[in-house]
Design a protein around this ligand. Structure first.
Ligand SMILES: Cc1cc2nc3c(=O)[nH]c(=O)nc-3n(C[C@H](O)[C@H](O)[C@H](O)COP(=O)(O)OP(=O)(O)OC[C@H]3O[C@@H](n4cnc5c(N)ncnc54)[C@H](O)[C@@H]3O)c2cc1C
Length: 443
């Protein structure tokens, strides 16, 4: 059996792990730093981020940035200022990766290719002497009485380190390697974890999927579950500038403007994702969730009714209408009020056969939510290692000195917009730097 000794062992070669290695090497150039990654190549998840473009950061200042972090934004504050979005972008630019900032302060590589972000991280780490060992799955970790740590790989190799940084991610998109291994190790070490649930995911209206059997007790509806006829008619539509209200057990908890997408999963898009955290949590807790869409938020019901009345009159007075059924005339009316691709699905979900009732239907499209798409296709895992277990100043575990956590494994998640990767970079960098400083004092 091989035994490989390092100063700093990092398990998980994703955004947080690679940045931890870079941070550690920059602080302590002489330290032997090893990143262990179970997939054949590091950074597999980064490749699929931002639809292949990788929204790697967000340039908002802390006041604004922190409103997108859940559940305890203050835990991130120190890591954020230690390695801020400006410093992160500065790091990538210095490494030769040009970036662009788009609407909403979102930062992308100028090339529009997420692979460039991975390549930059890997070559920066390698040039600093960090040893990245891919294709190595760690099965078990141990905290030794002499204060060192061990990690046993699936092929029998034993790794050990004076410090151990765990950056194995959450549970979302398990095909990228993130299968929650680190969460199990933390429980074995007696550390507190906050129950995980999928976030930034599709929420599924009742009747949208054809299956009843596919819904688990917790409300999980597999992404691959087939669409119902209504779901198939709605799939592919984007509703722009609508207002979305969320009711949990009858109480309104959310009301915002924006865009939603009907997809093969359910309700997604910027607003859909934004509300998914609240909705999934409520469904898991056994609450009833309802969404109410107002497709004409800029006008009052009274104003809309007046407009509909005028349109209806015009349609009925048109000579061509004489040969048309009432149903056809209703479709013509809706065609003047809604995107044409939406009409059949809308009518199937919300049948309306009187012009006088159209205004209310458009401003008050209610949908009960049956469930949500799970880890198989969610963007982020909410929950994880309790931040009470970890020092916000160093990312070191309070109960086990020398052990650090960073990235999605922590009970720290964010909205879409580059906040999640920035969180992984900031916490990873701080964990790496802190571990390296500690090693320096021991040397
Ligand atoms: C489809 C999708 C799109 C996204 N788009 C964006 C975006 O544009 N912007 C943004 O900010 N965020 C985005 N995110 C979220 C972002 O990707 C994550 O928050 C971030 O990658 C988390 O980084 P991490 O290093 O903590 O974890 P991960 O990226 O999950 O890395 C963990 C690594 O640990 C390895 N590992 C796990 N277990 C072991 C083990 N036992 N032994 C060895 N290695 C192990 C895994 O293989 C993996 O490589 C997206 C996520 C998804 C799923």
């Amino acid at each position: 059996m091989q035994n490989k000794i390092s100063d700093i062992l990092i398990i998980g070669g994703g955004a947080a792990g690679l940045m931890a290695g870079i941070g550690a090497a920059k602080v302590n150039a002489g330290a032997k730093i090893t990143v262990l990654e179970k997939m054949p190549r590091p950074g597999r998840k980064i490749i699929i981020t931002g639809k292949g473009r990788c929204n790697l950061s967000n340039f908002k200042d802390w006041e604004d940035f922190s409103t997108h972090i859940h559940p305890k934004p203050n835990f991130l504050k120190n890591a954020f200022f230690n390695f801020s979005p400006e410093k992160t972008v500065g790091f990538f630019e210095e490494c030769g990766l040009r970036t662009v900032t788009e609407r909403g302060d979102r930062v992308f590589p100028e090339s529009g290719n997420s692979k460039d972000v991975v390549d930059t991280l890997v070559s920066a780490a390698a040039s600093l002497g960090v040893d990245i060992i891919a294709g190595t799955e760690i099965r078990h970790i141990g905290s030794n009485p002499d204060g060192t740590f061990s990690a046993d790989s699936a092929d029998g190799t034993k790794f050990s380190g004076k410090s151990l940084i765990i950056t194995t991610g959450g549970l979302s998109y398990p095909a990228t390697g993130s299968t929650g291994d680190g969460l199990e190790w933390a429980s074995e070490l007696g550390l507190g974890t906050v129950p995980c649930f999928p976030s930034l995911t599709a929420i599924v209206p009742k009747g949208y999927k054809a299956t009843k059997d596919g819904i688990s007790a917790s409300g999980h509806i597999h992404r691959e579950a087939p669409l119902s006829e209504t779901g198939a008619l709605l799939n592919g539509n984007r509703l722009k500038n609508i207002s979305l209200r969320i009711l949990i057990d009858g109480t309104e908890v959310y009301d915002e403007f924006g865009d939603i997408d009907f997809t093969d999963g359910g309700l997604e898009g910027p607003l859909g994702f934004k509300v998914s955290r609240k909705c999934v949590k409520a469904i898991i807790n056994g609450s009833k969730v309802k969404v109410i869409i107002d497709m004409k938020p800029a006008v009052t019901l009274n104003e809309l009714d007046k407009r509909i009345y005028a349109l209806w009159k015009e349609i009925n007075e048109d000579r061509r209408s004489r040969s048309r059924s009432r149903e056809d005339r209703m479709r013509i009316l809706l065609g003047k009020l809604l995107p044409s691709d939406l009409i059949r699905g809308f009518l199937k979900y919300r049948p309306v056969n009187e012009a006088a009732k159209v205004g209310k239907a458009l401003k008050n499209w209610e949908m009960d939510i049956a469930g949500y798409v799970g880890y198989e296709r969610c963007v982020i895992t909410a929950g994880g290692i309790s931040t009470d277990e970890v020092s916000a100043k160093t990312m070191e575990c309070k109960k086990i000195p020398g052990l650090y956590f960073a990235g999605e494994i922590l009970d720290l998640d964010a909205d879409t917009g580059g906040y999640n990767l920035q969180t992984a970079f900031s916490t990873g960098r701080l964990a790496g730097e802190s571990a390296a400083r500690k090693i320096s004092t021991l040397q």
